[in-house]
Write a protein that binds this ligand. Structure first.
Ligand code: NIG
Ligand code: FE
Length: 409
């Protein structure tokens, strides 16, 4: 039963309080057993009885900041190839949608993903996850959406299932994003959504291959009516709803997410105030993706306005080969402070407690509370403010997933 002592400051990130309330404990200690947290509190109150085998199992945080393992609640983890040439094209003035309409963008990754074997996607995704873990990330949502037919969507989702069976990696939470863009085999979006509902969704849900269904709602992708059709069908089959909305323009995405009772709505750069209010009353988590905003040189999502409207705001990377080719969640947190107007405490809670809620994991992850998984990171910083203000390549000194240390001892 490991006892972790000498924690300079522990950010508990419990569910109660506002987004800025990260429940800091100074001079803390923490006990876990069999991968689950047993006790958290000031080291001066460490229980002397009831916890067997304390001796010899002590760990020392060296006076560092300790945070819950970070939760990346929006990634497109498994994909073939990269798209560096589009990065250059955009610098010369081409837009994301122009590149997509010319057959590049998501469709280019679709071709490369269809050509990749399941094993190749698996080993690449495993390597990404291992690198994410070193940054302090211990849970990762991962979307399909680069297969765009039955066989290749299932291939991506099987990669996620196989990764879930491996120990020592961040836990993977799978999302079906068959409605990412229209694949070349279909001329009409309605016909493709009918195909997804009739032939793909039942196999995905029946095989337990995804927990959520997501749709990219945008000009050039799918409209609100088709998204509604697919997400209602997905909800009937027990999947939660997620949405990519209002990324390139206000498409009424906040209102749509509220009507559908979506678990989260993500991007939201152009969401109106009425959309924010609708999301707040329906309890939809607003997910900020500042890395995508930066790569596409867009106006940032107004995280502060979402908080003022009564929403909870999560922060994620959106890791994918096009709009967000980085899995660096701490970078996204610093950017959430500069671009989305969150404070460091709000950003941290947005990548722990609130991100866990955005993927239905609030019962097991996202805070350092008894009963939760012992997912945690030692951060080389004196405070959360200082950590996100003084950005360094990797401030995570040690990371534990379900109580087990990540990487070489
Ligand atoms: O979240 N917006 C749609 N989908 C992804 C981008 C995927 C890609 O460009 O490959 C996003 O930004
Ligand atoms: Fe995305």
């Amino acid at each position: 039963m490991p006892v972790l002592r000498n924690i300079g400051s522990l950010a508990r990130c419990s569910a109660g309080g506002g987004q800025a309330d990260i429940h800091t404990v100074a001079g803390a200690a923490l006990i876990w057993d069999e991968g689950l947290i047993q006790w958290v509190g000031p080291e001066s109150e460490l229980p002397t009885e009831g916890y067997s085998g304390l001796k010899g199992a002590d760990l020392d945080a060296g006076g560092r900041l300790v945070i819950p393992g970070l939760v990346d609640c929006h990634t497109h983890l498994a994909f073939g190839g990269w798209r560096a040439e589009e990065f250059s094209l955009r610098a010369r003035g081409a837009s994301y949608l122009e590149i997509l309409e010319a057959g590049g963008g998501i469709r280019s990754t679709m071709r490369l993903t269809r050509d990749a074997s399941e094993d190749a996607l698996l080993s690449r995704s495993r390597a990404f996850l291992a690198e994410m873990a070193c940054l302090g990330v211990t849970t990762v949502e991962a979307k399909s959406g680069y297969g765009l037919n039955l066989e290749d969507e299932l291939k991506q989702l099987r990669v996620y299932r196989r990764l879930r069976e491996e120990d020592g990696l961040p836990r993977v939470v799978p999302t079906f994003l068959g409605a990412h863009v229209l694949p070349p085999e279909f001329q009409e979006a309605g016909a493709y959504i009918d195909y997804l509902i009739a032939e793909v969704l039942p196999v995905v849900a029946g095989g337990g291959l995804a927990e959520f269904c997501d749709v990219f709602v945008e000009d050039g992708a799918f409209d609100s009516a088709l998204a509604t059709q697919l997400l209602l069908a997905a909800q009937e089959l027990g999947l939660g709803a997620k949405l990519h909305v209002d990324q390139l323009g206000d498409g009424g995405g906040g209102e749509l997410a509220a009507r559908l009772g979506a678990v989260s709505a993500d991007h939201l750069e152009y969401t109106s105030e009425s959309g924010m209010r609708a999301m707040a009353s329906a309890g939809v988590v607003a997910v900020a993706l500042p890395i995508a905003t930066m790569y596409l040189r867009q106006r940032p999502m107004d995280g502060r306005a979402f908080l003022e409207a009564g929403c909870q705001v999560a922060v994620a990377t959106d890791f994918n080969p096009g709009s967000a080719p980085s899995y660096h969640l701490p970078l996204a947190l610093t950017m959430a402070c500069t671009m989305n107007r969150l404070t460091p405490s709000e950003a941290l809670k947005g990548a722990t407690q609130i991100a866990a809620k955005a993927i239905g994991r609030q019962g097991s992850s996202g805070s350092l509370d008894p009963g939760k998984r012992a997912d945690l990171a030692f951060i080389d910083a004196e405070s959360v403010d200082h950590w996100l203000y003084h950005f360094v390549p990797n401030a995570a000194h040690r990371v534990f997933i379900a109580g087990m240390p990540v990487g070489p001892e």
